[in-house]
Write a protein that binds this ligand. Structure first.
Ligand SMILES: Cc1ncc(COP(=O)(O)O)c(C=O)c1O
Length: 503
């Protein structure tokens, strides 16, 4: 009991320490603490006459204000504790399948924080040659990695890249008098954004079933292809982590009917330095640079989804792109400039795209180099296979590469995920792809050590042995217990005031 008679509950766990409960309630917000009433002096209103009236209408002004008076340690501790209440890639493993949540090397942040990375985008091209060179070289790096002839860096996310790729494909068909093509074929196991991008791009979506092995069903593809096919969108390795072994045949089939082959590059982590979508016959792809390289995204950003295309699609890319001029500067250096591709679909982002994410991407690729990227993909695949070997849940489809999809079987995959939080690790992606019942889509990425993978496996296996009551009650050890996810998504309370209002 404290001096003022208030009940003080001692902290119970790491998470409770983080929130410090009094009388069973959450600690006050900073804005509610140690409030001191301060009188407001509006001072001289500018006229010769002395006045304390505000020039604003009465209903928009007040005479006094309650403000918190806090010491520096209180502030520092508050924010430090808040940072401990969440779980991020800097706290521990984050094996969210398909999301490639890899640790973001801090040197990429350092590079992005350099004063020279903060140039104003409206400056003249002559004064931002370094910026333009970085963009030019990144276009080139990504082109080499994907086996693509031309790259735009503008789209700000993977989904935005998909949409751009689809619009570029549409512009290409239109330009060739093939505007009647109105269908995009997408495997049913694909990421939801593929369907959305095609539909938003004005296409009818033809959903393709998987074969018994979890890959593209060639007979179903044959039946779906027609003179109306604009494109087939594929993820390879697909969302089950399986490589489409028939990719060369698939590419021929699509090209034979005049369609384009689109590569969803979100899973490029498995291929880095080993195989290139361009060599497999893909015509257009997006890169999720915030997954494969640096800046893992969370909560929708920040990211960048550059798009690469083969030569025949290059004239349709968004504007501007960056190129090297033929002539050198007076001092013999390369000169870079922005240009609009001949039949560009137009602008899709302000200025050059999500610039600081692109800087981090460039820094990551430049630091790792060919060998480093090769190592990254090898370790990503090794880690996924090591972890899969150690967990008790069944994995129906394989051999997989950088990720695998286990089945929670009789357990509810969402409950499994909540319970894993109690064991101090982030859970995998759940309930997708639907081809695996109660899916646990797991991607440890190349960053995890053997010890961490063992810890992850131990968490999976502990949960695998638990009963429904325990799972349904989870999580018990986290700062926030189980939330109503539907209400949280549909009726979010985003203000602290809403939390105090029971209505
Ligand atoms: C396979 C796949 N494609 C596309 C996307 C879309 O990328 P973004 O979230 O950057 O829009 C994702 C994202 O999770 C993905 O996993």
């Amino acid at each position: 009991m404290s001096d003022d008679g208030r009940e003080t509950t001692p902290a119970q766990s790491r998470y409770d320490q983080a929130r410090y409960i009094e009388n069973g309630e959450y600690e006050p917000l900073l804005s509610e603490k140690d409030l001191t009433r301060i009188d407001i002096d509006y001072g001289d209103n500018g006229d010769d006459e002395e006045s304390t009236d505000s020039p604003l209408p009465d209903d928009l002004t007040r005479d006094s204000l309650e403000l918190p008076e806090l010491s520096e340690p209180e502030l520092a501790r508050h924010y430090t504790r808040l940072s401990q209440m969440i779980y991020g890639i800097d706290s521990g493993p984050y094996p969210l399948g398909s999301c490639t949540m890899k640790y973001n090397p801090k040197f990429t942040e350092d590079v992005a924080a350099l004063p020279s990375a903060a140039v104003h985008p409206d400056r003249s091209e002559a004064s931002v040659q370094g910026t333009l060179e970085l963009l030019y070289r990144l276009q080139d790096y990504l082109g080499q990695i994907g086996g693509m002839d031309a790259v735009t860096l503008q789209p700000p996310a993977g989904a935005a890249g998909e949409f751009v790729g689809i619009r570029v494909a549409a512009a290409y068909h239109e330009h060739n008098g093939e505007g009647h093509r109105d269908e995009v074929i997408i495997p049913e196991s694909a990421h939801g954004t593929n369907f959305a991008s095609a539909a938003l791009g004005g296409y009818d979506v033809v959903s393709l079933p998987s074969d018994d092995e979890g890959r593209v069903d060639l007979e179903a593809l044959e039946a779906a292809l027609s003179e109306n096919t604009a494109a087939l969108m594929l993820t390879n390795p697909n969302t089950l982590g399986l490589f489409e072994r028939d990719i060369a045949e698939i590419a021929d089939m699509v090209h034979d009917v005049g369609g384009l082959l689109y590569y969803d590059g979100a899973n490029l982590n498995a291929l880095l330095g080993r195989a290139r979508p361009g060599d497999m016959g893909f015509d257009v792809m997006h890169y999720n640079v915030h997954k494969t390289f640096a800046t893992p995204h969370g909560g929708g950003g920040p990211g960048a989804g550059p798009v690469g295309v083969v030569e025949k699609l290059a004239p349709f890319l968004p504007a501007p792109r960056v190129r090297e001029r033929d002539e050198k500067s007076k001092t013999g250096e390369s000169v870079y400039e922005r240009f609009d591709p001949e039949h560009t679909i137009g602008k899709v982002h302000g200025f050059d795209g999500n610039w600081l994410v692109l800087v981090k991407t460039f820094a990551y690729i430049a630091r790792l180099g060919d060998e480093g990227l090769l190592d990254a993909s090898a370790s990503a695949v090794l880690n996924a296979n090591y972890l899969a070997e150690r967990i008790d849940y069944e994995i129906p489809y394989g051999p997989f590469h950088h990720e695998f999809v286990a089945s929670a079987g009789e357990q509810d995959a969402a409950d499994v995920a909540k319970r894993m939080l109690d064991y101090g690790v982030h859970p995998p992606t759940t309930k997708w792809p639907e081809i695996v019942p109660e899916a646990l889509m797991t991607e440890p990425t190349e960053i995890e050590s053997k010890d961490t993978l063992d810890r992850l496996a131990a968490a999976f296996n502990a949960v695998a042995g638990e009963d429904d009551d325990t799972l349904e009650a989870a999580p018990e050890r986290t700062t926030a217990r189980r939330i109503d996810q539907t209400s949280a998504a549909r009726n979010p309370r985003l203000s602290w005031q809403a939390l105090t209002d029971d209505s």
